[in-house]
Design a binder for this molecule. Sequence first.
Ligand code: SIN
Length: 533
Amino acid sequence: MSAETDATTDVLVVGSGVAGCAAALAAARAGQDVLLVTKAERPKDATSWWAQGGVAVSRADAEGFKRDVIAASDGAADPEAVDVLVENANDAVEDVLVETLDVPFDTDENGDDAFAYGREAAHGERRILHVNASTGRHVLGPFLSCLDDHPNVTIREDTAALELLTREGRVHGAMVESDGVLEPVCAGATVLATGGIGALYDRSTNPAGATGDGIAMAALAGADVTDMEFVQFHPTAYAGEEPFLLSEAVRGEGALLRNADVSESHSEARKTESPGGERFMPEYHPDAELAPRDVVARAVANERDRTGDVVLDVSPLDFEAEFPDLAAKCDERGVDFRTGIAVSPAEHFVCGGIDVDSQGRTSLDRLFAVGECSRTGVHGANRLASTSLLEGLVWGLRAGQAVAADDASPVVVEAPDLRDSDPALPEAFAEEKFDRLRRTMDEYVGLARTPDGLRRASAAVRRLKGEVDAYVRTRTSRELYELRAATVTALLIVRAASENDESRGCHHLVDESADTTDAGEESEEREVHAGRP
Ligand code: SIN
């Protein structure tokens, strides 16, 4: 690979999901020149595109919204960050999503153009704006078009950031790669908006490119990274090959979870009326199917282990009428939703990330982070549904405004000497290492963890990282850097999980000597969850 001449910009944004777009928009509106680089080749490659449920807003009861965020977080959210989220929600949504982008949020059936607010798990009221169950694409499509038209914004697709440019504790941009060509981009401020970590797990609701790039780049540059043990699994992803998400909104409208137990007490009529077997969630939590996501995900996994299957029973609602896009997806995939949709948990969101303040500032000067790669403190140990697009929007705008207020000039710094002196990677190198990484993360750092499993994961990921680092010294391919990002991020998760001996939210520790499907364990779990706020 060759390095090209230096490019400079006021603001470099890395990532093209809602958070990156919001940061770019706010900085551009304030007169900054913005270069947005994204390794995405199509809008669909950003996780925001895949978001189904929607955007939670504050209605009559803002304090209730805050309480719900904190309760879902297992009491671990930072109340000040939650205030920032909730108190800025409506203005951000009104300004950007409604007035600027004209997102076609669903309206109610009275013909009065009032929004139809959806309900999802752990929300005390209907407060979710949505476009059917495909909200992400209806937000991101117009957002990218709006930035495309903005005179202060340049978007470069299929362009990956490989490493941050740093000097004396300051970040001055990033080394980017496009079509095999390396280029230092020097910026007055750099905003990381690279999304999540789905590629670290076999089953994920994220696109394949979610390799933890921003988290790893920031950590390698010395930024603080926090709460990485809190990896959230969505309870209802299709259980077959190529899982797809079945939004929590479906349970919000009345769908039920059933295991494969069809006891003798079931009448023949009951068996044919409702797909699947016993409804189990009431035994795990008083809010049943609308319990916090971590609770439902563990219950689904437990019931699958115990009885062999769990299905999402959509018979209590008119699924085709209420969720036409999900019904069409099922049809497309040959899944008959009338007999219940087989579901199992899949990695969905990392609640931790690059530590930031209320304006997205990281611990490194001139480096900001927004969206899933950041840790604002809003999500604590478990994120409340439909707060991720909102968080990305609110923090993206705030970071863009802060960047513009700093108005730092770009400084041209020496680019790191990324070597590409050896032949191409061995065939299937990255694929094979990714497979190993996923197997390790699935086995030891999934929904339930043990100290021994975490020790094994730590050894395996360290070994893998050593092998990858040896190649990074002499090669610069994008897939190798993605693999490095994934192994660094995995190590951060494993380390955080190993250092935290408190079982909370998504970080669920089980007793190594216990059988996790044992009834005694199960009832203890129910008690713990039932006692949660
Ligand atoms: C969903 O639609 O269930 C996902 C919403 C979210 O992750 O916030």
